[in-house]
Design a binder for this molecule. Structure first.
Ligand code: DGT
Ligand code: CA
Ligand code: CA
Length: 579
């Protein structure tokens, strides 16, 4: 979208104009900043608007005058804004990243460039290391130390953390605050509440009569490695897990509004605020107000949505992907819950790369309340995982029969395999053995670098064998490690629909594959999903919550997911042999 690119250009022009000494410069700074904001909040691509209505159309946006409209037109036509290019020659500075540093504004960045040639983060780091900044007039030692801390913070916060690292720590902090009785309420908000697969920082809100004591307790939590800012209403700490955590103490009468605001996403909030404005209201983190600033609703999050004519929206859906229209029409889906799962269809034991025995896995699954567990060990070509051959599977299944008998209905262990989909799309185990199984999962574990057509054909051929029930972790991505392989997911979903193969949402925290956007991409196919732990250890059944979080982010209901069914019903989907 041209909107975002232009907004960045205008923001940088404002940065560079901030040191201009002409008396009119500060008005220009405001105009550019304002224009950047307008562009970002525009519903359509500004080049569309221009194509349809020309420069007049641009100038019909309040706050865009002729000068700005000229520049937008110039950018749409040529991809450049000459004035910006000229200014940038004078100040070749990476404003976008440098100004992310706490305490570094545009003026400071320009001063450091003029005096020391600092133009980006690496050159700033080297100036700090050489102690050049403390020598500068208007800076000094303290200022140099603060910048050093700022750089460190920026580097820490750049890598997004896995949800599975952030959520347990956030929950533990919340429960410690509650136990102390210093807070009446404490809740997790932000991307963690929305169950996003990775977390930028953790946001916690609390109500307390004694905020100072709460903050004292907060900074003393064992997870905290450093206090960044400490105040009675907002404290930020750096956590050992490598991210920051904000704790805000909110007044009770604003708690619902604060929850709504700090849960986000930003994109969702922007739309909700537009609805408030269209009703003549004002909405912020303190409450929903009428035009006389009289509060309409603020205590309760649900009530705020209701006063705006919407049903309450599950946090996982708040990404501005159509949920607001559904909430207005009272047509939100009833999302699947963790409690809806009746079993797990993907797990491993010590026979391949798991760390627990068949019996231990069965007992852990019983403790989880599962009605069934498919044990799906790897097949022979996956040597690193000690993949099993036909003979080993046949012997292993005798043990499963014996165990099922012994367990006497406490749980049903399903005979399965996670069979490798070989390079040519054939399966890594003889059809006669696969045919005896209750649950066959197909997965790609090798030759990840094929072209999109080859890879799509490979996976479709495996589906077309009619021998697999579930396609495991369909894109192969590993969060922060490996990109998804090239795959036409829609074409794969079409085959999966045709052959009655379920697409997996692998709950393993580094996989979470399919993810929300992949689920969205195939939503118009009648494919079923399975949410599986991919447990390699008895404790890994706990990962199901992350898989369910992802399913909910993909708007799935229990009826979309095969392992919410009872075993008998599921037999229609999985040809279960031994019920
Ligand atoms: P993260 O931390 O990057 O994983 O993502 P979030 O969603 O937790 O974002 P964060 O921590 O920056 O802010 C928490 C929430 O606060 C965010 O989801 C929505 C709200 N928020 C923050 N900045 C803005 C803003 O500029 N405008 C609006 N409307 N909401 C904001
Ligand atoms: Ca956050
Ligand atoms: Ca935050």
């Amino acid at each position: 979208m041209a909107n975002k690119e232009l907004a960045e250009i205008f923001n940088e022009m404002a940065d560079m104009l901030s040191v201009d000494s002409r008396p009119t410069a500060r008005f220009e700074v405001r105009a550019y900043q304002n224009a950047a904001m307008l562009l970002l909040s525009l519903d359509e691509d500004v080049s569309e608007l221009y194509r349809r209505e020309g420069k007049e159309g641009l100038m019909s946006i309040k706050g865009i005058g002729k000068g700005l409209a000229d520049k937008i037109e110039e950018y749409i036509k040529t991809g450049h804004v000459k004035k910006y290019d000229k200014m940038k020659k004078e100040y070749p500075i990476d404003f976008a990243n440098l100004t992310k540093i706490e305490g570094m504004g545009a003026k400071k960045a320009i001063a450091l460039y003029k005096k020391l040639g600092v133009k980006d983060i690496p050159s700033l780091k080297s100036a700090i290391e050489k102690h050049e900044i403390r020598e500068l007039e208007g800076f000094g030692e303290r200022s140099e130390q603060l910048l050093a801390k700022g750089v460190e913070m920026l580097e820490v916060s750049k890598g997004r953390l896995l949800l599975s690292d952030a959520l347990p720590v956030a929950e533990s902090i919340v429960s410690n605050l509650l136990e102390s009785r210093l807070v009446e309420k404490a809740v997790i908000c932000g991307s963690t509440r929305r169950m996003k697969e990775t977390i930028g920082d953790i946001d916690i809100l609390a109500i307390s009569k004694d905020p100072e004591k709460v903050m004292d307790l907060f900074v003393k939590q064992k997870y905290v490695s450093n206090t960044v800012v400490k105040g009675p209403t907002k404290t930020t700490v750096l956590l050992g897990i490598g991210t920051t955590c904000d704790l805000r103490v909110i007044s009770p009468e604003s708690f619902g509004a604060a929850m709504q605001y700090f849960t986000g996403s930003k994109e969702h909030n922007v739309e909700v605020r537009k609805i408030a404005i269209s009703k003549g209201y004002k909405l912020n983190e303190y409450g929903l107000y009428d035009k006389n600033d009289k509060v309409i609703s603020a205590i309760d999050e649900r009530d705020i949505y209701s006063r705006l004519g919407m049903d309450w929206i599950e946090p996982e859906m708040r990404e501005n992907r159509g949920e607001i229209a559904l909430a207005k029409a009272h047509k939100l889906p009833k999302l699947v819950n963790l409690e809806d799962l009746r079993g797990d269809l993907h797990s491993h034991t010590v026979e391949t790369d798991g760390t627990n025995t068949l019996e231990e896995m069965a007992n852990a699954a019983i403790a989880k309340g599962f009605e069934y567990l498919a044990v799906t060990n790897h097949t022979k070509s996956l040597r690193v995982a000690h993949g099993m051959d036909e003979k080993k599977f046949t012997e292993f299944f005798k043990r499963i029969d014996a165990l099922n008998e012994k367990l006497d209905g406490k749980i049903k262990i399903l005979k399965g395999a996670e069979v490798d989909i070989l390079k040519d799309g054939s399966l890594d185990l003889d059809k006669s053995v696969l045919g005896k199984m209750d649950c066959v999962i197909g997965a790609v574990h090798s030759n990840f670098n094929m072209g999109i057509k080859e890879m799509t054909d490979r996976v479709k051929k495996a589906i077309g064998t009619g021998s697999i029930n579930i396609l495991a972790h369909p894109t192969g991505r590993i969060i922060n490690e490996r990109e998804p392989y090239a795959l036409d997911l829609r074409s794969v979903a079409e085959s999966a629909e045709k052959y009655g193969v379920a697409m997996e949402i692998d709950a393993y925290p580094t996989r979470l594959d399919l993810n929300d956007s992949s689920i969205f991409a195939i939503r118009d196919y009648k494919v079923m999903f399975s949410v599986d732990s991919d447990a390699h250890n008895a404790s890994h059944f706990d990962y199901m919550r992350y898989g369910i979080g992802m399913a909910r982010r993909g708007w799935l209901q229990d009826s979309n997911i095969i392992n919410t069914m009872r075993l008998k019903q599921m037999a229609k989907f999985l040809p279960i042999k031994a019920t």
